[in-house]
Design a protein around this ligand. Structure first.
Ligand code: DGJ
Length: 551
C-alpha cells in the first residue's frame, strides 16, 4: 500500500461557497494525514474501440468475476469478513460492497470513512478488487439511505408526491439541495478513495445510487413537477433521440416513430411520458452526482437497473430508472455514467443481456439470482455478450447452510474453472472465437446443441444429465485457440467435433489434456488416452480440457 492512513477518518466540509466544485476544492481534511507516494498503477478505466469495450485494470483487459454482499454487511466487520471469505473461497476476483450515505455523513458536512476503509482493507486481505455501491439518494427506488438530518428536514429536502398528493419516502429529483448534498458527499467519498487507494487500485468501479427511480408512482406529482411535465420537452433530449434513432431501444423506437417530436412530455412520449419525464430528471441528478465524484477520482461509474418484469406499469418498477423504455433518455442525460447495468433476476437472462449490449453500452451484470439456474449465465455473459463483469446477489446466504450452501458450491465450482481462464476469455472477446454452451436455453437445447466452430468444424454437444432447472444445468465454453486447437471447459456435456468439409467423418482427435491456464499459458496436468479418450466434462465437477484435432 503506497498511501497509509495515520489517524481516524473524519472529514469536515467547508460550506458550499461559490457552488459545488468550489466547495469540493475548498474542503478541508482536518484529522486525516495521508502520506501519498507516487501512484504507479493507472486508474482503472473503460476503453472503447469502435463498439468494443474493455475494462482496463493495471493497463490490461480485466473481467470481474464477482459477487454482491447483502445490503447491511458493510455496517458490521464480522458480516463483511464472512461474506468476503465466501468470495475468496469461490475464487472470485471482485466483491461488490455497499457504502451508505447515512454512515459516511452522519452529521451534515462531517464525514466518517471508517466503513470505506474497512471494506478496502477486508478486500485487500483476500486479494479481491472492489466495486463500491453508493447507496445515496436512491436505493431500490426509495430514499432510505439518506442521512437522518436529511430525512427529518422535509422542507429543505422535498419529497416526491404520488398521484393522490401523498408524500412518498423518496426525495424529489427536483430537489436541488438534496442533489448538491448527494454530489458533495459522493465527491468526498471519491476523494477519500483516491487518497487511500491510488497506490493499489483495489477499487475498480463505483455504482452511483442503487436502482434509482420512483418506486410506487410513475412520476412526481408535486406542483413543481406537474408544471414541468406540462412544458415542452427540452430540445437537447429531442435532438439526442432523433440523432440516435438508428439505435434506440425497441419501445422507445416505437414511440418515437409515432411522436410529433415536439410539444410537452405527453405529446412527445405518449404512454412513455411519465417514465421518460422521471428518467430525464433522475438521470440528470445522478449525472451531477457522478460528475462530482469523477472530478475527484475518475473511476468508471455505472447505474444499475430494476428491470420491467411482465405486464406491469411504471412505478411497479422504479419509474425513471434506465429500463428498456427509457434507456435512451439516460444516455442523453447522463454522459458521466459509463454503463447502464441490468440487475437480471428474470429467467430470460439472455434476452435482457442482448438488450443491454449496445454500441453505446457494454454489458455488466452487477446483480443476478443466487440460484443454480443462473450459474452458467456467467459463460453466457462473458462469452456471448462480451460482458466485463458478472455477479450474483446475496452470496453470504451460503452461511445459512442447507440449499444455500449447495448453491454456493455450484458457484464455487464454476468460478474455480473460470477464474484462471479470464485473461484468455478477455483476449478472445469480440473475435467470434468464444462459443458458450448452455443447457436449456429454450429452443430445444435441453439435450443437445450444435455449434459451428471455425470454418470447417461443428462441435456437437450432448448434455449428459436431464435438464432440471432447480438443480442447475450444464454449461461451459469452447474457445477456439486455432482451427485445430480448442479449450473445452465447464460441466455436464460431451463434445464431438464433426468435419463440415470433405469426407463425412468426425475430426480425428490428436490429444486431450486436462489442465489450466496461467495467464495465457497452458499448464497441462493429465493427458487423457485409452479409456479416457473422450471430450467429456463430468456432471459433478467442472473441468478444463485442451483438445487438439487433426488439421
Ligand atoms: C436489488 C437491489 O439492487 C439490491 O440492493 C437488493 O435489494 C436486491 N434487489 C434484493 O433482491
Amino acid at each position: 500500500m503506497n498511501t497509509r492512513l495515520r489517524s481516524q477518518n473524519v472529514f469536515q466540509f467547508s460550506s458550499l461557497a461559490g457552488g459545488l466544485i468550489c466547495a469540493i476544492l475548498a474542503w478541508q481534511a482536518t484529522t486525516v494525514v495521508c502520506v501519498a507516494q507516487p501512484a504507479t498503477k493507472p486508474v482503472p478505466g473503460i476503453e472503447k474501440t469502435g463498439s468494443s469495450y474493455r475494462l482496463l485494470v493495471d493497463g490490461s483487459p480485466y473481467l470481474m468475476l464477482s459477487g454482491q454482499v447483502h445490503n447491511s454487511d458493510t455496517s458490521n466487520l464480522d458480516d463483511l469478513n464472512r461474506s468476503l471469505d465466501v468470495l475468496a473461497n469461490w475464487h472470485a476476483n471482485t466483491a461488490e460492497v455497499p457504502i451508505y450515505w447515512e454512515a459516511i455523513e452522519p452529521a451534515e458536512g462531517q464525514f466518517d470513512f471508517s466503513s470505506v476503509d474497512m471494506a478496502i482493507q477486508a478486500a485487500r486481505k483476500r486479494d479481491l478488487h472492489l466495486v463500491l455501491l453508493w447507496f445515496g439518494t436512491w436505493k431500490n427506488g426509495e430514499s432510505h439511505y439518506v442521512s437522518e438530518w436529511m430525512k427529518r428536514d422535509k422542507q429543505k429536502y422535498t419529497r416526491v408526491r404520488g398521484a393522490r398528493g401523498e408524500e412518498m419516502e423518496i426525495i424529489s429529483p427536483l430537489c436541488r439541495s438534496a442533489m448538491e448534498g448527494d454530489a458533495r458527499a459522493f465527491a468526498a467519498l471519491l476523494h477519500h478513495v483516491k487518497s487511500v487507494d491510488e497506490g493499489e487500485r483495489t477499487v475498480l468501479m463505483v455504482q452511483v445510487e442503487n436502482e434509482p427511480g420512483l418506486f410506487g408512482t410513475d412520476r412526481d406529482y408535486s406542483e413543481a413537477a406537474s408544471e414541468l411535465f406540462g412544458q415542452p420537452v427540452p430540445k437537447e433530449l429531442l435532438s439526442f433521440i432523433e440523432s440516435h434513432r438508428q439505435q434506440l431501444s425497441a419501445p422507445m423506437a416505437e414511440e418515437w416513430n409515432r411522436s410529433p417530436k415536439s410539444g410537452n412530455w405527453k405529446q412527445v412520449f405518449g404512454q412513455l411520458a411519465p417514465e421518460a419525464f422521471s428518467a430525464w430528471l433522475i438521470a440528470d441528478y445522478v449525472n451531477t452526482v457522478a460528475s462530482a465524484g469523477k472530478h475527484e477520482y475518475p473511476l468508471p461509474m455505472y447505474a444499475n437497473v430494476w428491470l420491467i418484469e411482465g405486464e406491469e406499469r411504471a412505478g411497479r418498477w422504479p419509474s425513471g430508472g434506465a429500463t428498456l423504455n427509457v434507456l435512451d433518455v439516460w444516455k442523453a442525460a447522463a454522459p458521466a455514467i459509463d454503463i447502464l447495468a441490468p440487475d437480471i433476476y428474470y429467467p430470460k437472462f439472455y434476452d435482457v443481456a442482448a438488450q443491454y449490449t449496445r454500441p453505446d453500452n457494454p454489458l455488466f451484470v452487477p446483480e443476478t439470482n443466487f440460484n443454480p439456474y443462473f450459474i452458467p449465465f456467467a459463460y453466457t455473459a462473458f462469452g456471448n455478450f462480451n460482458a466485463i463483469g458478472f455477479s450474483p446477489f446475496g452470496i453470504d446466504d451460503v452461511a445459512n447452510g442447507g440449499p444455500a450452501a449447495a448453491i454456493g458450491a455450484g458457484f464455487e465450482d464454476t468460478y474455480r474453472v473460470l477464474r484462471p481462464l479470464l485473461p484468455l476469455i478477455a483476449r478472445y472477446q469480440y473475435t467470434g472465437k468464444l462459443h458458450p454452451v448452455l443447457q436449456g436455453l429454450g429452443n430445444g437445447e435441453d439435450w443437445k446443441m450444435s455449434i459451428r466452430v471455425g470454418d470447417r468444424l461443428a462441435a456437437n454437444v450432448n448434455f449428459t444429465a436431464a435438464f432440471d432447472p432447480a438443480k442447475g444445468r450444464a454449461g461451459g465454453i469452447i474457445i477456439e485457440l486455432a482451427p485445430d486447437d480448442f479449450v473445452v471447459m465447464g460441466t455436464g456435456f460431451d463434445v464431438t467435433f464433426r468435419e463440415l468439409e470433405g469426407p463425412l467423418r468426425d475430426a480425428e482427435i490428436i490429444s486431450i489434456e486436462e489442465g489450466t491456464f496461467e495467464g495465457q499459458r497452458w499448464m497441462p496436468s493429465r493427458r487423457l488416452n485409452g479409456d479416457e479418450f473422450h471430450v467429456s466434462l463430468p456432471t459433478d465437477r467442472s473441468k478444463i480440457l485442451r483438445v487438439r484435432v487433426a488439421r
